[in-house]
Ligand binder design. Structure first.
Ligand code: PHE
Length: 344
């Protein structure tokens, strides 16, 4: 047997194996290039045929022709099968395509840290019998200053860099203390309220100062209210805030025109035992301004200071959050950065 006959047999086997393995258009194209193209195996055999003697051509010629038609028939059949397969795949995909499916791309929001802390503080106040009230952020000069014993030209006004509105006597409240006046005007005693909310100061911003921040105010008015009541209330309040039963408070003399005497209240550092960076190794943290409500404030609300007395205290929520969560820039509270906000 002439060698080309064996070669034809080998190419035939290789072609059939490759064809059966091809299930995609791309695989089929590879088979076509390898066997049927001008550089393919079939063309190579045809070229060999030309070199043979007439006698040999007579043997190999029909075998090669047979191979060529087999290749064509088998390839066409396979091509149809692959096309059917591809169509069926597409149909299956189309059948399982659910136009009502919802992809969960929405990010879950989180409650802003201000809101979380305010809600916790409100709960503590409520547990002590206080109610929650709110006042307007656009205030009048009367409520923000005059009624709080801070008349025009009083130096204490300078400490509150104020955003005045173009409408005379209107401003953005510089503290939550004007809510004291709004509550006192109702003349319902005993009075126990807390007032959380935004306050504004027209000052340059840095990591620890912002033009807007939040405070919460506490106010209690009744007959015979003393400094001892104030200290005990604040101590109970702060023990609940920091969830520490052995938390201690101390008072230092201070000055706010609407209280007399005025004090600044510190608490023993709830974050350490022997001095940390938050308490600057002092073991104490400055937390709030407080004092007994000034007789002038009561008088400006038509209340007789000989009969009623009370205490008030106010603390910054931003600083509380910064200490608790180790936040080093107060401006982050107004930041839209998702990375910051979603931590809480
Ligand atoms: N309103 C004062 C401030 O913003 C804080 C304060 C409140 C002081 C109540 C005494 C009593 O600084």
């Amino acid at each position: 047997m002439i060698p080309i006959i064996a070669e034809i047999e080998r190419v035939k086997q290789a072609f059939m194996t490759a064809l059966e393995a091809a299930t995609t258009h791309q695989a089929l194209e590879q088979v076509r290039l390898l066997f049927l193209s001008r550089q393919g195996e079939l063309a190579a055999l045809m070229a060999q045929l030309k070199e043979l003697s007439v006698e040999q051509k007579r043997q190999a010629g029909p075998a090669l022709n047979e191979l060529r038609s087999l290749f064509q028939v088998a390839f066409d059949a396979r091509q149809k099968l692959v096309a059917d397969l591809a169509m069926r795949g597409e149909q299956e995909q189309a059948a399982s395509f659910d136009v009502t499916a919802v992809r969960s791309v929405a990010r879950r929001g989180s409650i802003h840290i201000y809101t979380q802390i305010i809600e916790k503080l409100e709960d503590i106040f409520i547990s002590m019998g206080y109610s929650v009230v709110e006042g307007p952020e656009v205030e009048t000069e009367f409520y923000n200053f005059d009624a709080l014993n801070i008349p025009a030209n009083h130096p204490a006004r300078d400490a509150h860099d104020t955003f005045w509105l173009t409408i005379p006597s209107l401003l953005l409240r510089t503290h939550t203390s004007p809510v004291q006046i709004r509550a006192l005007e109702k003349q319902e005693f005993p009075l126990a309220i807390c007032a959380p909310g935004r306050v504004y100061r027209n000052e340059a911003t840095d990591a620890s100062h912002n033009f807007m921040f939040t405070q919460i105010e506490g106010l209690f008015i009744d007959k015979h209210v003393s400094m001892a009541n104030l200290i005990a209330t604040v101590e109970t309040f702060l023990q609940a805030v920091f969830e520490k039963k052995d938390l201690k408070v101390r008072a230092r003399p201070s000055y706010f025109p609407f209280v007399e005497p005025g004090i600044e209240i510190d608490c023993s550092c709830p974050f350490c035992a022997a001095g940390c960076s938050i308490c600057k190794k002092t073991g104490w943290i400055e937390l709030m301004g407080a004092g007994l409500v000034h007789p002038n404030v009561l008088k400006s609300c038509g209340i007789d200071p000989e009969i009623y007395s009370g205490f008030a205290f106010g603390l910054g929520i931003d600083r509380l959050a910064m200490m608790k969560y180790g936040i080093n820039d107060i401006r982050l509270f107004q930041s839209p950065k998702i990375g910051f906000l979603e931590q809480f």
